[in-house]
Design a protein around this ligand. Structure first.
Ligand code: UTP
Length: 286
């Protein structure tokens, strides 16, 4: 049973500045909900109960979002806004959420290092706090990875096929297809050029890792962008143990860049029963 997850959410979010100067990137809304709340909901739906969110001292608003707010609850109760009250109460229902503070933004691998004590000796999930993954059915994408983990008892990453022209934005794997969706990974490379990329299978914001990653992270020197890369630590781990990739069923929405932010809000708006007709009409008239 996988119970724990780390959500790294300490990055500076330079691609969304100035919006992210005072508002953490992970609190940017998709319709009326911050992106990190979708991420937490995915984790909860997959059976995760304990979450460590890695933030930094300039991002206390993330903690405020998940904290109970008596005054707001009282206000909504008095105004008889009971549905909204229920939504607010649901934000952290059934979850134990803790926080760690990354001191210097030395990359995703460095952020994960802050989870060592929280994780202990259990396998755990990692979900990037700025990306929504939505599966084609009612099962969460993380649940697909957990199934692979339970069968293989080894680390698993979500994979997505991306066009060659944009492989340089991702961690990319070299792998052997075991089925249409399952890959045994032979190598990983962070943000390769199109010529160096061993495939167009990109790591897509979700991981299941074993605690061995912490030893690997200690041995990992700074890589791409002078940061400690999780991908590099996983390459070290690969020398000792198998790592699998799962080409997940569903869609990925990266809200941490302008185009992704607009597309995600537009699509979610077009799917929203209360918004879609007016939104479609407005788009036709543009
Ligand atoms: P990104 O690679 O998108 O980096 O991080 P970033 O700094 O947040 O954004 P840009 O590239 O400057 O626009 C992916 C996830 O990893 C977290 C981020 O918060 C985000 O959820 N992260 C990144 C950390 O927690 N710590 C870091 O040092 C870097």
């Amino acid at each position: 049973m996988l119970r724990k997850a780390i959500i790294p959410a300490a990055g500076i979010g330079t691609r969304m500045l100035p919006a992210t100067k005072a508002v953490p990137k992970e609190l940017i809304p998709v319709l009326d909900k911050p992106v990190i709340q979708y991420v937490v909901e995915e984790a909860r739906a997959a059976g995760i109960r304990d979450i460590l969110i890695v933030i930094n001292k300039d991002k206390p608003a993330i903690r405020d979002h998940f904290r109970k707010k008596e005054s707001l609850e009282l206000f909504l109760e008095e105004k008889n806004k009971l549905e909204t009250l229920e939504n607010i109460r649901n934000i952290n229902r059934g979850l134990q959420i803790e926080y760690a503070f990354q001191e210097e933004m030395n990359g995703l691998g460095d952020a994960i290092r802050y989870g060592r004590d929280f994780v202990g000796d259990e396998a755990f999930a990692v979900l990037l706090g700025d990306t929504i993954l939505r599966s084609g059915n009612s099962d969460p994408v993380l649940g697909q990875l957990i199934e692979v983990f339970e069968e293989k008892q080894a680390a698993v990453v979500a994979l997505e096929e991306v066009p060659g022209a944009i492989v340089h934005r991702y961690g990319v794997i070299d792998g052997r297809a075991l089925t249409d969706r399952l890959f045994e990974i032979n190598g990983l490379i962070e943000k390769p050029s199109v010529d160096d990329a061993p495939s167009n299978l990109a790591i897509a914001s979700r991981y299941i890792l074993t605690p061995d990653i912490f030893t690997a992270l200690e041995k990992t020197s700074r890589g791409y962008n002078n940061e400690i890369q999780l991908t590099d630590a996983m390459s070290l781990l690969l020398q000792k143990q198998a790592i699998y990739g799962w080409r997940f069923e569903g869609q990925r929405f990266d809200v941490g860049n302008k185009l992704g932010f607009i597309k995600t809000n537009l699509l979610f708006g077009l799917e929203d029963p209360g918004l879609k007709e007016e939104l479609k009409k407005w788009i036709r008239e543009l």
